[in-house]
Design a binder for this molecule. Structure first.
Ligand code: NAP
Length: 294
């Protein structure tokens, strides 16, 4: 019997526990975490993400400091705003929604966020800490999507130590940090990417597959070992014909219909990894706040 990993429910549980923690902190010390959300320009997808993140943050009791800046904002102006947020005591987490307009260098902006306020966990210092820490230490600020995947894996109650894990994708925001997290759970980790030879054969030996590629339904049923755990990070919009009409459909990087017949546990798309990302952003902001109390 295959377990369908319910990301919506796990994310809701995480948000509920964060809400409770913030309520307790408020009654103990009279303060709540603050998250600065910075958006430059009006890319439609970014506006949707910012709205969802803001709503979720407010729901758990985080103060949101909103900075929606015009498209023509210069890099210097944005750096000044980040500098000012770095110095504000009521701001514990800073989130800069990507992508930024082309005239702004994203890495320079991400590097300018104070590492202690790095809500996305993308700052080089936090990337380094994630790499150096010997375990998945509670205080770390960890990129949200891979951390969400780890929470889902741990929630299965399966021993991760010694498992063969294959991460497909080596991006800085998902593949690489995912591999670091699994390594610290004592998995034997293989990172596959676009130049990897015979990826199917590598996947067939995996106890855990995390697919973060951006290629719709790339991982087929016959790539998966019986009873492997499959985490599908991919979010791909494809066109399908339904009753003679062409409609948009969201699919992952895994062929779900094939994989669910073989895997012991699998995340659906949508409703799997997606909801975990925002919940982990709230977790990072709360963690950054708690770190200031030490
Ligand atoms: P990315 O930066 O484009 O990285 C994709 C990775 O996949 C790269 O390392 C690339 O290899 C590898 N790759 C591409 N084609 C491949 C192939 N045919 N075989 C093997 N490897 C291949 O993407 P990303 O930002 O990591 O995102 C990955 C997916 O996750 C996307 O579908 C994205 O929409 C989704 N996503 C989901 C969430 C969520 O909350 N669920 C959040 C963010 C992103 P090279 O390095 O060799 O180019």
């Amino acid at each position: 019997m295959t377990t369908l990993i319910n990301g919506k429910e796990i994310a809701q549980n995480l948000r509920d526990s964060i809400k409770k923690e913030i309520e307790d902190l408020k009654s103990e010390i009279g303060k709540v975490p603050g998250l600065a959300v910075v958006q430059v320009g009006n890319v439609a997808a970014s506006s949707i993400y910012v709205k969802a993140k803001t709503k979720s943050a407010k729901e758990v009791g985080i103060d949101v400091i909103d900075h929606h800046l015009p498209e023509k904002t210069t890099q210097e102006e944005l750096l000044k705003i980040i500098q000012s947020l770095n110095n504000q005591d009521n701001v514990n987490g800073i989130l800069v929604q990507l992508p930024l307009p082309k005239h702004i260098n994203e890495q320079i902006i991400l590097d300018s966020i104070h590492p202690n306020k790095d809500a996305d966990g993308f700052h080089p210092l936090n990337v380094g800490k994630l790499s150096i820490a010997s375990n998945n230490n509670e205080n770390l600020l960890i990129p949200c999507t891979p951390y969400g995947c780890l929470i889902m894996l741990k929630g299965l109650g399966v021993e991760l130590s010694g498992k063969n894990a294959v991460v497909i994708g080596r991006s800085n925001i998902i593949g690489k940090p995912m591999a670091q997290l699994l390594l610290k759970e004592s998995c034997t980790v293989t990172i596959a990417h676009s130049k990897t030879k015979d990826i199917q054969n590598i996947c067939q030996k995996a106890d855990i597959i995390v697919a973060a590629v951006g290629v719709p339904k790339m991982v087929k049923g016959n790539w998966i070992q019986k009873d492997a755990i499959v985490i599908d990070v991919g979010i791909n919009r494809i066109e399908v014909e339904i009753e003679g009409e062409i409609k948009n459909k969201l699919v992952g990087d895994v062929n779900f219909d094939e994989a669910k017949l073989i895997a012991s546990a699998i995340t659906p798309v949508p409703g799997g990894v997606g909801p975990m990302t925002i919940a982990c952003l709230l977790r990072n902001t709360t963690m950054a706040f708690k770190n200031t109390l030490k």
